[in-house]
Every structure is written in C-alpha cells, then in structure tokens.
Design a protein around this ligand. Structure first.
Ligand code: PHE
Length: 456
C-alpha cells in the first residue's frame, strides 16, 4: 500500500526510481534538449523577427519556465504517480478537488499530439543521417540543398516511412522502462551535442557573417513585436523546457527524496537555453552568408546546416554525426512526450509497460499522418493557423502548454499548502520565497496576460 507522505514512510513509484541525482538531471535534460532547441527555436525566432522575440523568450524561460518546472517536479515527486492520478490525489489531499486530474488529462493529450508531429520531423533527421553519410550534400549549392529538401518532404511515402521508423525506435525505448531504457539513452548525447554545436559555431564565425547573425538575434526591434510573437515566445519557452504537459511531472515521480529540485531545475534550464542560443548563433550567420530567408519556416536547419557542412573540410563526417545526435536528442524527448500517457495506462488499466507503450505509440503514429501529409498532399489545405501540422503545433505549444503551466502554478502556489511545498523544495529560505512569489503571482499573471492579449 502507498502511504501518506505526511507520515513516516514516503510514497514510492510503481515504475522504479532514477539511480542517482545525475541520472534525473540527464533524463530531464534529455527531454528538454531536442528538436525544440535546434530545429524549432531558430525558425520561429526567424519568423518573429529575431532580437525582440529572443529577449521575450529568455524572460519567459527565467520568470515563468523556471517556476513551472520546479512546480511540476515537486508535484510529481509528492504524488509519485502518473500526472492524472497525481493531480487527483494531491487535489484531494490538499482539500481542494479531485478534478485537478483534468490538468493531467490535458497534458497526456498534449503529449500525444506533440509527438504526432515531432516524430515526423525526427524522421527527417534520420533521413538526413543517410543523405549526409552518402555525400548528397558534399559541395552542394544552396539551390541543390533546397531542392533536395523540397523533393524529400514533398514525397509523403518517404517522410511517412521515416516517421514510422522513428516511432518504432521511441516505442522500443519506452517499453523497456525507466532505468534500462530512459537513463542509458541520455548519458552521452547532451555533451556530444554541445561539442558539435561548438564546431558549427566555429564554422559560422569563420563565415564572415557572424556579426550579422548576432545582430539579428540580439538587437531587439520592439516595433516588430506583436502579441502573437509574444505568445510564440512563451509557447517556445514551454515547449523547449518540456513543461506544461506533465512530462517533467512524470519524471519527478521517479525522483529520489533527497535530490534538490531547485538545483536540478537550474541545471536543466541553463543547459537547454545554452543549446538553443548556440544553435541560433550557428545558424543565422549561415542563413545570411547564403542569402537565405530567416523566416523560411520548418525547413531552415535542414537547408542551412547541410549547406554549411557541404562546404566544410570533413563535412560528410560532421554532418552525419550531427544528424545522428539530433535524432538522439529527438529520441530522448519523444520518451518524455510518451511517458505520461504510458504511465497512466499502466496504472489505470493495469497493463504491462510494453502493452501500454505499443498502444499509445500506434495511436500517435496514426495521428502523425496528418503532419506527414501537411508537407505534400495537404499542403494547400489550410484552416485557422494553416496546415494540419501548423494547427497541431499552434494548439499544443501556444494554448495547451501555457494553459497547463498556468494551472500547474496555480495548483502549486495556491492550492498546495505552504508546508507541502516547502517540504518538497527543502527549505523556507529566500530561494523558496522567490519560487513562491513567481509561482503564485508572476507566472500565472504573466501567462494569463499573454494568452488573453494574443487570443482576443
Ligand atoms: N523539449 C522538447 C524539445 O525541445 C520537446 C518536448 C516537449 C519534450 C514536451 C517533452 C515534452 O525538443
């Protein structure tokens, strides 16, 4: 039987625990660092005019992202169950309502929807491993690289195939469980990715357009900033940190009692932000050096980077390694996107981990064809935010994640009593007070303000 955390014995998780503090930090970093940093951040910063967007994004990461992440971890660790059951349990325990489980349900749904398109883009990285290794980009011109990309995504069978392959890989790791699957996948990927980003950065500095790239990223032009781009920056902060949908809550459920939540969150937020900024610094100079358009959209990294690698000595090697690492980064993020749904099915329907993973994975795979077709057959079928892909992306990043984050901070800041949260955060000192101020006022008011202004 699970015991009450207020009693002598603490709850334990059904799914096992991280073997160490480092394992947890690696897993959360693995979930946070992904396509969001390297594929998405540069192209939405580009579409939203650069400087001012980047600044708003950084502010969102610090004053909203950090407290939301801490809230998610502490809720997860206190409940020790899947996000739906945890929110229900703590809602009742804190004298509020079991209906808080709906926050968990929205997160499970958001994870399924996000992974449905994430897997398609991750599939592109798998294809680009092969294209790089076989020298497709060696010495290629900007036009040739662009045509290669256009031809590839225009073929639904090709991108459907790689989407299928990627989902199979994701199902494989998640089915193996917390310790054997999740932990091992992240150990070397983040450091290796960092090193390769530095190599790219070096190349970018030598391109002669580094200053222009830096100016684009860091010179804020607030005239260009609309509420839509502020919402896009907020959504990106949530997306890149994996917060607002219970992924971090699910990971928090496997966190040993003695680990510092504040320290772990700070480490993850720093690593994630550093990799996104590095990606921007590597990519924008190349965009300008090759006369490309920073507002080009989802194809941006798939066109700039192969082009840069194609001209670099040892480019075939570096390009191959780069896409392998990006695929790995996507893989460790996909695990986080599935974990809430899988943990929920295992606990709620008493299924084995393998059964739950296959069921959820096949569902996500099927939904993913909406995105597969968005780049070819259905490219001209647009409504609301654009293609099916655009709509799923907008709904999840800009609506569901911020709304989830809003409710999570309200829960941690207002519904949970002071003793519960200070017990988890391990102090009542000034760090705790800062978190509580951010979680009670700054984050919820900020999120609400942006949502209301952008949506109305
Ligand atoms: N943070 C991941 C990325 O930047 C995406 C993600 C979102 C993963 C939500 C898990 C949960 O690529």
């Amino acid at each position: 039987m699970l015991s009450n955390p207020a009693g002598d014995e603490k709850r334990t998780s059904l799914h096992g625990h991280w073997s160490s503090r480092m394992a947890f930090i690696l897993a959360v970093t693995g979930s946070a660092v992904g396509l969001g940093n390297i594929w998405k951040f540069p192209y939405i910063a580009g579409q939203n005019g650069g400087g001012a967007f980047v600044l708003v994004y950084l502010v969102c990461v610090i004053v909203i992202g950090m407290p939301v992440m801490m809230s998610e971890i502490l809720i997860g660790r206190r409940g020790r169950r899947n996000p739906i059951a945890t929110m229900e349990l703590l809602g009742k325990e804190e004298g509020s309502s079991g209906n808080w489980r709906l926050v968990g349900s929205m997160g499970v749904l958001a994870g399924i929807l996000i992974l449905s398109y994430y897997s398609v883009i991750a599939g592109w990285t798998l294809a680009y491993v092969l294209k790089s290794a076989t020298g497709v980009f060696a010495g290629a011109s900007a036009e040739a690289v662009g045509a290669e990309f256009g031809g590839f995504v225009g073929n639904w069978k090709a991108i459907g195939f790689y989407h299928t392959l990627f989902m199979a890989l994701a199902i494989f790791v998640v089915a193996r469980g917390v310790e054997r699957g999740l932990e091992q996948a992240v150990r070397f990927m983040v450091p290796a990715l960092l090193v390769l980003m530095l190599v790219l950065l070096g190349y970018s500095i030598s391109s002669g357009y580094f200053g222009q790239g830096v100016a684009f990223m860091f010179t804020p032009d607030f005239d260009k900033l609309t509420w839509d781009s502020v919402l896009a920056a907020l959504g990106q902060a949530f997306f890149t940190l994996s917060i607002g949908m219970g992924a971090i809550m699910a990971y928090g459920a496997y966190l040993p009692e003695e680990t510092s939540i504040t320290g772990a969150s700070a480490a993850v937020v720093t690593a994630d932000t550093a990799i996104a900024i590095l990606a921007g610094l590597a990519i924008f100079p190349l965009v300008f050096a090759n006369g490309l358009d920073p507002a080009d959209g989802p194809g941006l990294v798939f066109q700039t980077l192969p082009l840069a690698f194609g001209q670099m000595p040892g480019g075939v090697f570096f390009s191959t390694i780069f896409f392998v690492l990006l695929a790995f980064a996507a893989w460790t993020s996909a695990i986080g996107l599935m974990e809430p749904a899988v943990a929920w099915i295992v606990e709620h329907y008493n299924r084995t981990r393998a059964q739950a993973t296959v069921f959820i994975g096949v569902l996500i795979w099927a939904i993913g064809f909406g995105t597969v077709l968005s780049f070819n057959v259905l490219a001209d079928t647009t409504f609301l935010a654009g293609t099916v892909f655009d709509n799923i992306d907008y709904l999840t990043s800009n609506i569901m994640l911020p709304l989830g984050g809003l409710l999570i901070t309200i829960f941690a800041g207002w519904v949970m009593c002071r003793n519960s949260t200070s017990d988890e955060l391990g102090s009542a000192g000034s760090l705790y007070k800062a978190w509580r101020l951010l979680a009670r006022f700054v984050a919820p008011i900020g999120i609400l303000f942006v949502l209301i202004n952008a949506v109305t």
